[in-house]
Structures are given as structure tokens and as C-alpha cells.
Design a binder for this molecule. Structure first.
Ligand SMILES: O=C(O)CCC(=O)C(=O)O
Length: 285
């Protein structure tokens, strides 16, 4: 298993090249996690206020835990529950996570000194029994291609990042990867109800090699844009909170209509997002 406690450039690159991913255990500090979690609690407060103002619930469930409040708020109306947050993520308390200098140092080992926060960053409160939160086997590059990338998606130099705010296990919907599949190029994907899925004849023969990526808060997994991955369904009674985002070599086009935000630039440091206030003043995309 590709697991490290402290990043060593050569080991990291070798593991990432061979397996398509690397796990950094206990990588994020408690203050970064505290801030991210506080911002998520704020998002849930806003959901509760909306439900109350629409007359859908009377009790905003302020006493409920971070792990259960969304479930209790949306009990009996799971279809209305948020599946992900994206434009909402321009929050001061997320700056230290998305622009974490130690993480950008690791990204720089892979991508060089011009790094973009790619226009695809998401918080997922994965709710139990909520089919739309089960993310089917895919490659991120499959989505970029389906979106009419207009270029060879294989050439995108990216590092995907995924981290949980609660322990992520098979039972509550951790990620699964199929090691080595990042070397296959972009394979065909088919449209399902909520997500794209890798075509069966490219997937079925590899499923036996799938590994579960069980992580604790503070752990981070970095993975390749073309690695086959899925998010298991949540069969627990708690919300599986996680964040995922991507860094890209900023000298390349995003192959999307959106441009992302410069996270680090050795050539033009003045172009990088400078702090929490600036991040909060910008918008998604
Ligand atoms: O969090 C999940 O369950 C799926 C996330 C995912 O597919 C991704 O980060 O690309």
C-alpha cells in the first residue's frame, strides 16, 4: 500500500507513478481541520435556516452532531438534501486547506512551480441511503473528455486531492481505487442516472484489484487524474464529510470553460491567491 508519514520526493514520485496514488498520513494540522469543519457547520446552518424559513422543518437541530445533523434535517426528504457544495466553498476557513503550503510543496514535486487550483473543488456530505452520493467508477479525465475538452486529456498534468473530515471507512463510503489504471489512458465512460461510469468491458476485469482507501481526518490521498476510482455508498448512520480538489500545472489550459485560481507561481508570485480574504472574495470556476 502506498502509505507515507513524511513526504520524500523520490518515494512519492515512484509510488505515484506505479500505483497512481499516494497516501499522506496525518498530514494536515488540527487548526486547518478545525477551520474547514467550522465552515461546513456554517453551511449546514444555512441549510437549516432555509428549511425553517420554507416551513419544511420547525427545529433547526442545532444540538445535533456534525456527523448527524444533515440526516436529521432532511429526514423523509432525502432528495432535497445537498449532495455536494461547490460555489459555496469560497470561505475564509478553507484557504489554509486549499492553499496549504506543505501540500503545495508536494504538488510542486509533481507539477513544477506554476500551480493552479483546478476549477473542480467540492465538499461532499455523503448521506446514507442516498443513491446520488454514490459516485460510480470513473476517471476524472473521463468527465473532462465528456465535457468536450477539445484536446488530449492524457496530457493534463494534475494531482487530485481527497481528504475526509470524519473517519472514512468502507461502511460509510470511503474511496476505492484500482491501482495502476492511470496508465491506461482515457477509457470510454457511459452515462448513468447521476454520474458517468467506466464502460463495463474496461471495468469488470479489473474490479478484483480494487483497494479501499480508508482515511482519518488529517490524512490526505493524492491520486492521478486518470486513476479508476469510485466513492462507495454510505451504509452507516452518519454523514461522511469529505473534500476533494485538484492542482494542475498552470502553464496548461484547463480544457474547461472555467479557469480556476493560481495557488502558487514561482514566476509571478503576485498572481497567486494571497490570503483567506482574497479567496473569499473570488468565485467558483
Ligand atoms: O467522495 C467520493 O465519494 C467521490 C469523490 C470523487 O470521485 C473524486 O474526488 O473524484
Amino acid at each position: 500500500m502506498a502509505t507515507l508519514t513524511a513526504p520524500d520526493a523520490d518515494t512519492l514520485r515512484r509510488e505515484f507513478d506505479e500505483q497512481g496514488y499516494v497516501i499522506l498520513r496525518d498530514f494536515l494540522g488540527p487548526e486547518v481541520l478545525r477551520q474547514a469543519r467550522a465552515e461546513m457547520e456554517g453551511l449546514v446552518d444555512r441549510c437549516a435556516e432555509r428549511l425553517v424559513s420554507e416551513g419544511k422543518v420547525r427545529d433547526p437541530m442545532k444540538q445535533a452532531s456534525f456527523e448527524t445533523r444533515l440526516i436529521r434535517l432532511y429526514e423523509g426528504r432525502m432528495d432535497d438534501a445537498p449532495k455536494s457544495f461547490r460555489p459555496e466553498l469560497h470561505l475564509e476557513g478553507l484557504f489554509d486547506l486549499f492553499f496549504c503550503p506543505r501540500l503545495l510543496d508536494v504538488a510542486e514535486m509533481f507539477l513544477g512551480g506554476e500551480i493552479r487550483l483546478y476549477p473542480n473543488y467540492t465538499v461532499r456530505p455523503k448521506l446514507p441511503e442516498h443513491e446520488a452520493t454514490r459516485v460510480l467508477w470513473h476517471q476524472d479525465g473521463g468527465y473532462t473528455e465528456a465535457g468536450g475538452a477539445g484536446g488530449p486529456v492524457e496530457t493534463l498534468r494534475m494531482v487530485n486531492v481527497w481528504t475526509p473530515l470524519v473517519p472514512a471507512r468502507e461502511e460509510n463510503g470511503c474511496m476505492q481505487f484500482i491501482p495502476g489504471t492511470h496508465r491506461l489512458g482515457v477509457v470510454p465512460h457511459e452515462r448513468r442516472q447521476y454520474y458517468l461510469e467506466i464502460a463495463r468491458d474496461h471495468l469488470d476485469r479489473r474490479l478484483g484489484e480494487a483497494v479501499s482507501i480508508e482515511l482519518d481526518p488529517g490524512d490526505v490521498v493524492l491520486f492521478h487524474n486518470l486513476l479508476f476510482h469510485q466513492g462507495l455508498p454510505n451504509r452507516s448512520r452518519m454523514v461522511r464529510w469529505s473534500l476533494d480538489w485538484r492542482y494542475q500545472d498552470a502553464t496548461q489550459p484547463t480544457m474547461r470553460a472555467t479557469k480556476g485560481h493560481i495557488a502558487r507561481s514561482r514566476r509571478h508570485p503576485e498572481q497567486a491567491v494571497k490570503g483567506a480574504k482574497e479567496w473569499a472574495s473570488l468565485s467558483f470556476g
